[in-house]
Ligand binder design. Structure first.
Ligand SMILES: Nc1ncnc2c1ncn2[C@@H]1O[C@H](COP(=O)(O)OP(=O)(O)OP(=O)(O)O)[C@@H](O)[C@H]1O
Ligand SMILES: [Mg+2]
Length: 260
């Protein structure tokens, strides 16, 4: 069962940021990467975060995913005040609810696709049999059935990114955080990754928060949030996400007569 569908209580959104600031370094070298970010994200949303280089997008993603803590402000996740949690509790929250696709693929080089995808399950203490089965299923769900024994060097950029996404979703997270998941891919492969994210969002109700520099990729999101200079400069709904057009095809990859 996915945590994504469980109400946070009191109608609170899945994610609520209030007055979030992040300062890197100290004294003369101090740099304010986030200068007061307010943002709510509902369960099931698909958010593209855009904005110039250095505007704080990755910083915000790290905070959302509990990889880092803000300097000031409140982060409520399902009504829980994240900044009040211990380091261990935050790590558990992260492992239970979040999947990450980082800038660059970040796969272990001399490790097969299957083993890369199994890694988060190992951290969760799952049995070998459960790890094998779940990783195989995750690879299949990103279109890489039968590719599990290949190392990243033996895979194309698009395939490597699919492995990274399989690794991010193998734990069935409530939230998938993807930092420029199509940054290293050509337009065609990028669009395939976006359709995959769209499918995970619509079929598995995984909340997706994705950073992208490309308007074509952001067009797949249900909502586009723009960061400028450490604050949210605009926040718009996308009335017609690009994934809608691909939906019948994606839902019925091998559509036969009589299929619903
Ligand atoms: N660990 C760090 N220590 C010091 N400064 C940092 C650190 N991480 C980020 N910064 C600074 O904070 C600012 C925001 O960085 P961030 O990585 O969030 O930008 P971004 O919007 O993701 O940019 P890009 O589009 O280039 O990935 C930048 O000026 C960066 O130099
Ligand atoms: Mg970045």
């Amino acid at each position: 069962m996915s945590g994504a569908t469980t109400a946070a209580g009191g109608g609170a959104p899945l994610i609520r940021l209030r007055g979030i600031t992040k300062v890197y370094g100290q004294g003369q070298a101090a740099f304010r990467a986030l200068k007061g970010v307010d943002l709510d994200i509902e369960s099931g949303d698909f958010v593209a975060i855009m904005g110039p280089s250095g505007s704080g997008k990755s910083t915000a993603m790290n905070l959302l995913g509990c990889l880092d803590v803000p300097t000031a402000g409140d982060y409520l996740f399902r009504g829980i005040a994240v900044q009040k949690l211990s380091r261990d509790e935050r790590a558990r929250l992260r492992r239970h609810f979040f999947g990450f696709v980082f800038q660059g693929f970040n796969l272990l080089a001399r490790t097969t696709a299957q083993e890369n995808v199994e890694l988060p399950l190992l951290y969760r203490g799952e049995s070998a049999a459960a790890r094998h089965a779940q990783a195989r299923a995750a690879l299949a769900s990103v279109g890489l059935e039968g590719w599990g024994h290949h190392t990243p060097a033996e895979l194309s950029g698009g395939q490597q990114q699919r492995v990274a996404i399989a690794r991010a979703i193998v734990t069935q997270p409530a939230v998938l955080l993807a930092d420029e998941p199509t940054g290293n891919l050509d337009t065609q492969r990028g669009a395939e990754i976006m359709r995959l994210l769209w499918r995970l969002n619509t079929e598995q109700n995984i909340t997706v928060v994705m950073v992208t520099h490309e308007a074509d990729m952001a067009a797949y999101a249900r909502r586009i949030v723009r960061f400028v200079d450490g604050v949210v400069a605009s926040d718009q709904r996308n009335a017609r996400p690009a994934g809608l057009d691909a939906l019948p095809h994606v839902l019925e990859p091998a559509a036969e007569a009589g299929a619903a």
